[in-house]
Ligand binder design. Sequence first.
Ligand code: HEC
Length: 704
Amino acid sequence: MKCIQIIAAIFLLASCSSSDKNNHATWTEYLGGSDRNHYSTLSQVDTNNVGRLQIAWTYDSPDSGQMQMSPIMVNGIVYGVTSALKAFALDAATGKEIWLYKDSAASSGTCRGVAYWEDGADKRVFYTIGANLVALNAVDGKLITNFGNNGKVNLHTGLPEVAKDKFITSTTPGTIYKDLIIMPVRVAEDETAAPGDIRAFDVRTGKLTWSFHTIPHPGEKGYETWPAETYKNLNVGGVNNWTGMALDKKTGTLFIPLGSAAPDFYGANRKGTNLYANCLLALDANNGSYKWHYQMVHHDLWDRDPASPPNLVTVTINGKSVDAVAQLTKQAYTFVLDRKTGEPLFPVHEVAMPASLLPGEQAWPTQPIPSLPKPFAREARQLTENDISPFAANKNELKKILMAADKRFFAPPDTGKLLLLPGYDGGAEYGGAAADPFKGIIYVNSNEMAWFLSLEQQPKVAAGISNNKNTQSSAGEQVYSVYCSACHGKDRLGNASSGYPSLASFSQKQTPTYVHQIINNGKGMMPGFAYISKEDKQQLVEYLFGTEKSEAHSTNLSSAPRDLYRHSGYKKFLDDKGLPAIAPPWGTLTAIDLNTGQHLWQTTLGITPGLPDQDTHPTGCESYGGPIITENGLLLIAATKDGMFRAFNKYTGKLLWQVKLPAASFATPAVYFIDGRQYIVIACGGEKLGTPKGNKLVAFALPK
Ligand code: HEC
């Protein structure tokens, strides 16, 4: 009997694809598995019955607001995180709360989910609050006190001393490999950014096990692609994996997309190609040793981070089966590489690009452009006068703006107006793509939103500015101007339609304590500024609340490293009604065959309420959050600003079913099976893109 079982086990192990398929029936890891394919073999819900999906249960989170969180399900329990960073465990069949972990340090921030690890009865859930990786007992939600420092590991661990007060967090769950958790991190995007070193911690003890310098130190490969001593992190940082990574468990290889170097838009202090910025980096998960890298933007000046984890798929090219890794980018490119070597599977050409005329800047003379697949979104260089939105009332004005803007391919930022399409947020965004790992088809939702990019001279800050009658601006205003005005505007009015709230007046709920808390921890797309000195922070908050005292006060601003130029503010190209100024589609969903590099289909994703014919000719709209697919032909996606949840036929792109969610969901769903029923669960927090806030996790299933 035993012998037969062993033979059966060997057979299962040997028939790799069937064991791979079994893995895809569960959802125990972020995005459905370490291949990050958002893919399920569950088959109870199919293209015929999807229209009968109903709400099976909902869970009301104790706080409301944006949730980018994609839950996991292990041993009958759904684990996730609320918008105010409370972790929860729910009965997967009923949605009933099993435990809720509240941390006094938890408030605002972005958390896309948790990582799970177990060894026998020792079951743990990991997620990040502020700068701390937290380990909880998965059974009762209590801190595991012998992990790190009383249950927490500070993510500054292993970074250079100068970075010890710099902003760091992790918005995406860590990747578990054996007894390690390998951490993605988010850092600032300006001169104050910490380096984005990849670090692996022991899941039992929290001890730092290995570290990989994403900005190389002397003697390390790639050191020569930066000015000497950049690694000292004095005025250049970043190169961080904020969106998470994929893991090939068979070979123990991590595939890590790395973001741009900081400051994002002015690279005078980081001349060179800047390895490993904008790279897909392959590391040995056991020890962090280098395997290969592939750079997708040289010397990035546009914040062109690869925004989603890569997808691990197997493709057949020229009759040969190849284990591949596909990386989507904000520019709407799909780089398809050989997982073993990092070699592109479709030709990539180094194309000559315009030089920078900005003092100090040296744009890289070429950029890698894949021949296939074609981009899944429009590019600024394709736009003509005819591409102004037919819905705009001020077409002539918009045409002038469009024709005057710099739309050249990879035009380097300057003090004039550059039109960025795909925009700062893609193309592809953090939601990423679903992929069929066996058939090599990838499905991606994309934004087609044009933004402006221009730089301005950094305002001069004299040492010890004092707040007296002789200076024009108060100390608080100076602090505001240096750290906040790029996003919230010089006038503090923000730019609501671009996603930047006004700070000109606060409601009763937004107390000075609340604002201090946001400054320290950040919120949504906003990084934290904990490193601003206590006095300057105080002055800043008093300035924002109009309570700044008139006596002299010096700021420490002159000690902050500042470049000659800075970004002048994030603005979308919109019409007089606040709708996109370019013609639709404004959001799309595309299926790409990675075996041939050809698009299989593309459809608009989402509608714009108030515009005509949305049932028959939808415009598409912005989306954040990704799709999931099932083996039997479904693609399920929310993500859109219109607040809908939709099911498509994955072979044809045909819309099969849609339902209004209690609040818009800017998250990727999860799918699992328990007690004879298949559930699809999704976090509805709203708030992003000006949508109403929500606090529900919603699980759909077929009627019993
Ligand atoms: C890189 C852009 C960026 C910078 C720089 C920035 N913010 Fe923000 N801020 C945002 C965004 C985006 C939001 C909206 C976050 C959300 O709700 O998702 C926000 C939200 C806020 C809020 C919450 C407003 C509300 O209505 O609840 C406060 C307060 C705030 N920011 C203050 C500041 C201050 C003070 C500074 C300077 C120290 C600053 N921000 C710098 C982008 C930025």
